[in-house]
Design a protein around this ligand. Structure first.
Ligand code: SAM
Ligand code: SF4
Ligand code: SF4
Length: 337
């Protein structure tokens, strides 16, 4: 199989599929509750790609070199019978790894079906351990209890588990050490993520970013650690391990140390737009291609190949020079990180 490369010689590697545009949380950095109120018009079910359309597209992407899929949202577990999609995706030639990113609220109940369907990995978002802060961060949409229960269930299952913590200045830096301590000896990997300027609705400002180095400095006050070599070329997180080997943690430093040079991630929204960068302001609408009765799979692959070959995105590397950073960008809940 030939790996399709973009203008900067970056092969396409993973596809992140948003299966749902809605969410049961209202995190201020993603879906602030004043903007996403009861009157907000989310997609109608018939506007979302069907599982068979998603599977058809994933099959074409696998033919172009994609081997890893991640299901995301919005909240992916709000999509009914998600495990049946995992079963379909698992059967695609070339797909070696299927992961999901979730807030965890609905995970415990769905875990057995997802594992039976062939899910390999789960990433659960957890920005605080303190329940009062946790609830403030999710827009008062629920306590931490079901999330911690789901994390325990996932850790005790066959899945590889990662915990995602987005750190914001004067907000949840206090949670870094408790999170490190909570997950020691659990087998889960913790990843701290710099607050990013995805979309426009979160009023991002560089002053609100706690850099990867700041995070390391906080961890270093209590826990000696060392850097670990990357698992593979293009790995997003910089990896570290506590010196007593009780925990691996990582940093995602999209703002302070961008990693566009190795980026092979494509993103598909729930309504069928293909984005070639997390910070894109425009997608490629794939629905007309999927709805065209004359479009055979060969032609569909060549259209997707063409999109990737034209790609020249490297937003994070250019961020500091951009004068039009405020221009309309796709929102995080649409493409799921
Ligand atoms: N609802 C699921 C969840 O929260 O895990 C999946 C979708 S959510 C958009 C995916 C990830 O993006 C979460 O870990 C969330 O914390 C992260 N995220 C959202 N907005 C962000 C931002 N502005 N900067 C950094 N990470 C962000
Ligand atoms: Fe929902 Fe995830 Fe966005 Fe929070 S980060 S509002 S859980 S989609
Ligand atoms: Fe990839 Fe765009 Fe992020 Fe750079 S800014 S790493 S190109 S998604």
């Amino acid at each position: 199989m030939t790996r399709i490369k973009d203008r900067f010689d970056r092969p396409i590697q993973d596809l992140r599929i948003s299966v749902m545009d809605t969410c049961n949380y209202r995190c201020a950095y993603c879906m602030p509750e004043d903007k996403f109120d009861d009157d907000y018009q989310f997609l109608r079910p018939d506007q979302r790609l069907s599982f068979s359309q998603i599977t058809r597209l994933a099959t074409q992407f696998a033919a172009m070199g994609v081997s890893k899929l991640r299901l995301t949202g919005g909240e992916p577990l709000l999509r009914k019978k998600l495990h049946t999609l995992v079963t379909e995706l698992k059967n695609i030639d070339g797909i070696q790894d299927i992961a999901i990113t979730t807030n965890g609220v609905l995970l415990e109940k769905q875990l057995p079906n997802l594992i039976d369907a062939g899910l390999n990995r789960v990433t659960i978002s957890l920005d605080a351990l303190d329940d009062t802060l946790f609830q403030r961060l999710n827009g008062h949409k629920g306590s931490i209890k079901p999330v911690l229960k789901a994390i325990d269930a996932a850790i005790n299952s066959s899945l590889q588990v990662k915990i995602n913590c987005v750190v914001q200045k004067n907000c949840n830096e206090s949670q870094i050490l408790p999170i490190i301590e909570h997950f020691r000896d659990s087998g889960a990997i913790v990843r701290f993520i710099e607050f990013m300027d995805v979309g426009n609705i979160n009023d991002w400002h560089s002053d609100a970013v706690v850099t990867g180095q700041d995070i390391l400095n906080i961890i270093d006050t209590k826990h000696p650690f060392s850097a670990v070599t990357p698992n593979y070329h293009g790995e997003v997180a910089k990896r570290y391990q506590l010196d007593d080997a009780s925990l691996e943690f990582g940093l995602i430093t999209s703002v302070s140390q961008p990693f566009c040079g190795d980026c092979g991630r494509a993103r598909l929204s729930a309504d069928g737009q293909l984005y070639t960068c997390l910070f894109a302001n425009q997608g490629h609408n794939l629905k007309p291609l999927l709805n065209d009765p004359h479009m055979n799979d060969h032609e569909l692959t060549s259209q997707l190949t063409n999109i990737w070959q034209q790609r020249s995105d490297r937003y994070s590397e250019q961020r500091h020079k951009l004068t039009d950073r405020k221009k309309s960008k796709i929102e995080m809940y649409v493409i799921g990180g």
